[in-house]
Design a protein around this ligand. Structure first.
Ligand SMILES: C[S@@+](CC[C@H](N)C(=O)[O-])C[C@H]1O[C@@H](n2cnc3c(N)ncnc32)[C@H](O)[C@@H]1O
Length: 404
């Protein structure tokens, strides 16, 4: 990968580019870095590259002509397409995802601002992306460019060599790294977690995975919406008491419990009298509630069924959507992203309800009051003939029933 840097202080790059990983990566030819002094494109003998801002105000602004000419000349040095980045506190924030995107480029030009910044016309017509290293201002684009170069170069194959690995590094898969220890195993009376000394690779991997999850939940819950988690990990993390419905950034996480009544390979669906759509009984886990408690409560509330026994988890799934949040939940009334984990638990219903195929809500609840719900036992093969909400659960439901 080729990097070009346009700056009025090329000397600032000497140290970082010649030492350690970057120095070796250049020597080995994994990356090449070409420094360009913007003053080489100045038009006067004082090599001026800045001027007063139109409209007045403090400071100076970098002139457009030297920048345009320099960018054009640098582009023509190599036939590979040049992706032009201006380092700016107003740019897209540099993060793991952006580093990955930039590492896909063959050639990157990093343009370093000084003074109050550069003429807007350069940004409008000669820059592909503005990138910021954080919500603070430093004196010039050189240090930001070095950070960006270092982070991107680490993604280039061969650059890290045997010295480090990108796998399981912080932000890989959206999680922080696990804690690290080295010898001695005991220092000042402080010991290293025993599992790390066990030589049991599977146990070590499991411990590290658990540490990564725990640290991320603890320190950077904002990473979780985009983290690479298994559905089980999500359900476990987010289903913890007190974490059942929680807002993280602009995402609401829910754990949804559906208590699926199952008998001899059939499943009990319900619908309201006015509605043609059939669905599984189910509802939301409440904050602080355990899955099993929620299953019992949901069933009690829905049909006042007695003696329901929660069985095994049938399947777990995930659902992403955008919606106005419930009035009683976090982010109430706001249009937010929702990330729902469905935990489908098989339950048994009293024997007397399994003898008939169709019955009314009031029978199930054992009350005299009319219940606008109709219940029906359905075989997996008949699910397709019904309009089941949500439709995507049908294949999972059929599979879960077939596996029993
Ligand atoms: C003093 S800053 C100018 C800040 C500008 N007047 C503003 O308020 O947006 C000079 C140069 O430093 C670089 N710079 C400063 N902070 C940065 C940041 N957080 N990320 C990337 N580059 C930055 C940019 O190249 C910028 O043009």
């Amino acid at each position: 990968m080729r990097f070009d840097i346009l700056t009025i202080f090329p000397g600032m790059f000497d140290g970082p580019l010649s030492e350690s990983i970057l120095g070796r990566a250049r020597e080995a030819g994994h990356i090449s870095v070409h420094l360009h002094d913007l003053r080489d494109w100045a038009h006067d003998r004082h090599r001026t590259v800045d001027d007063y801002p139109f409209g007045g105000g403090a400071g100076m602004v970098m002139k457009p002509e030297p920048l345009f000419e320099a960018i054009e000349a640098i582009a023509s040095e190599d036939p590979a397409p040049l992706f032009r980045v201006f380092l700016s506190p107003q740019g897209r924030r540099l993060d793991r995802a952006l580093v990955g995107e930039l590492a896909q480029q063959e050639r990157l030009l990093l343009i370093c601002g000084r003074y109050e910044g550069i003429d807007q016309r350069v940004l409008d017509h000669a820059v592909d992306l503005e990138v910021s290293i954080g919500d603070f201002v430093v004196s010039g684009g050189e240090l930001p460019a070095m950070l960006l170069l270092d982070a991107v170069a680490r993604q280039v194959p061969g650059v890290l060599g045997s010295e480090g690995s990108l796998e399981e590094e912080s932000f890989d898969g959206g999680l922080l790294e696990y804690p690290q220890y080295t010898r001695p195993a005991e220092f000042n009376g402080w010991t290293v977690p025993e599992v790390l000394l066990s030589g049991n690779h599977a146990a070590i991997a499991a411990w590290r995975r658990a540490q990564r999850l725990e640290r991320t939940v603890d320190r950077r819950p904002d990473l979780l919406p985009h983290a690479d988690l298994t559905a089980e990990e999500r359900a476990k993390l987010l289903g913890d008491p007190g974490f059942a419905q929680v807002r993280v950034g602009d995402t609401i996480f829910h754990v949804r419990v559906a208590a699926v009544a199952v008998h001899e390979g059939r499943v009990l669906l319900h619908r309201t009298a006015s509605d043609s759509i059939w669905s599984l009984p189910g509802g939301r886990l409440r904050v602080g509630e355990r899955v099993e408690e929620a299953v019992r409560r949901e069933l009690r509330e829905e049909a006042e069924m007695k003696n329901v026994v929660a069985g095994e988890v049938l399947w777990v799934d995930e659902n992403f959507f955008e919606a106005r949040s419930a009035q009683d939940g976090p982010g109430r009334g706001e249009l937010l992203r929702h990330h729902e984990i469905g935990v489908y638990v098989a339950v048994e219903v009293p024997e007397r309800f399994t003898r008939r195929d169709v019955f009314r809500g009031r029978e199930l609840a054992g009350t005299e009051h009319e219940f606008a719900l109709e219940f029906r036992w359905v075989a997996p093969a008949d699910l397709d003939a019904l309009d089941v909400r949500p439709a995507r659960i049908v294949p999972a439901l059929r599979q879960a029933l077939a596996g029993r």
